[in-house]
Design a protein around this ligand. Structure first.
Ligand code: ZN
Ligand code: ZN
Ligand code: ZN
Length: 375
């Protein structure tokens, strides 16, 4: 892991390199990078990147407890059986519960809330009016434009115009004319009449000739049909400038606030670990800071290790973004593995979470005729 000083140096070098390359392209707005179509991602200022956690906060020892009784396990199973139309209640009522093994699943979750800023040149049709050009003041650097997320730990995107970067220009597409040559008629306003092949007359089988019905009213004369695309004008509207002939160019700043979440589940029985995510448990550790310190005091070493690894992963993955806040928590979810016998069948089911949810993949009293697949 880079030290704080090392990271600052790294960020400063990147910013310098970025400025040097973009400076050559455009005098005044150099920090935005003057490239018409590509998006520039300025690195955040060094003081806004990862800060070194100032050591862990005072932490209380973590206690994990709570055991399910045999009656509670049976009640939970009965409840689970009731929810399945083709499960019989007999087995749940009469099974012999031989042993309950208690354990705790630990669900560690890390969230990093970051901000990313991107700039790109853009334009809108310009119909006149004030233009906030560089002569109105110096354009702020991308990271100096004030903007706050509406809420911490919520994804959000804000698009705004960078002050003092606008200019009015002739439209690049129509060169300021406000219209484009019609592609259908190549600017002529007419196309050759397909009905009379351009000669203006039609003849029936007896040889009787008459003016072609389709082109006789054309503004351009016999054999020519008015172009429908341009209403016989030869020119069509220019979409980029909305036919004003001019566009207002400016630098658009896109700010993305994003939550990156990583998690690790430690489950010691053979209950599928993804089930742990859906139930509630006791929040044993919950911390929020500008940068959280990896857990070192948690009773399960695998959680401490996961915490250190995931925090490091976020530092590496999100190093181009500004970190606004970080938080992590560990939830302890009680798990009871219930071993039972019923008639000649012996099996096990699990009761887990504060909701006492049940996972009983080999419940013996099932009479399914395919109805479950319809649910
Ligand atoms: Zn135009
Ligand atoms: Zn015709
Ligand atoms: Zn046309």
């Amino acid at each position: 892991m880079l030290s704080l000083a090392g990271r600052e140096r790294h960020a400063r070098l990147k910013l310098k390199k970025y400025r040097n390359t973009s400076l050559a392209r455009n005098g005044r707005l150099e920090h935005f990078g003057y490239c018409s179509s590509s998006v520039c991602v300025p690195p955040p200022p060094p003081e806004a990147t990862w800060s070194e956690p100032s050591g862990p906060p005072p932490r209380d020892p973590v206690h994990v407890g709570g055991e399910l009784s045999e009656q509670q396990a049976r009640a939970a199973l009965l409840c689970h059986v009731t929810d399945h139309c083709c499960y019989g209640r007999g087995a749940a009522r009469h099974m012999n519960i031989a042993k309950i093994n208690y354990s705790s699943a630990h669900h560690y979750e890390l969230q990093t809330f970051t901000e990313k800023r991107e700039t790109s040149w853009t334009f809108v049709p310009y119909s006149g009016g004030e233009v906030d050009s560089p002569s109105c003041g110096e354009a702020p650097e991308p990271w100096s434009v004030p903007a706050e997320p509406a809420q911490l730990f919520h994804d959000e995107v804000k698009v705004m115009e960078v002050p003092h970067t606008a200019s009015a220009k002739d439209c690049h597409r129509c060169k300021g004319q406000g219209s484009l040559s019609c592609a259908e008629c190549h600017g002529k306003g007419w196309t050759r009449c397909l009905s009379c092949h351009g000669n203006g007359w039609s003849a029936d089988s007896s040889g009787y000739r008459e003016r072609c019905y389709y082109c006789q009213a054309s503004a351009y004369g016999d054999g020519k049909q008015d172009c429908l695309k341009c209403n016989a004008k030869g020119r069509v509207a220019c979409p980029p400038c909305d036919s004003y002939g001019q566009v207002r160019c400016y630098i658009r700043l896109t700010i993305s606030w994003k939550v990156t979440t990583s998690e690790h589940i430690v489950e010691h029985s053979s209950l599928p670990e993804e089930l742990i995510r859906e139930v509630s448990g006791q929040v044993a550790v919950e911390e929020e800071a500008a940068a959280v310190a990896p857990l070192t005091h948690y009773p399960d070493a695998a959680i401490n290790l996961a915490s250190a690894q995931l925090i490091l992963e976020h530092q590496q993955k999100l190093c181009e973004q500004r970190v606004l806040a970080q938080r992590h928590q560990v939830r302890v979810v009680p798990v009871a593995e219930v071993n039972y016998t019923h008639k000649s069948h012996s099996g096990r089911f699990w009761v887990y979470g504060y909701e006492n949810k049940v996972h009983a993949p080999d419940y013996p009293d099932r009479h399914c005729w395919g109805c479950c697949s319809l649910l």
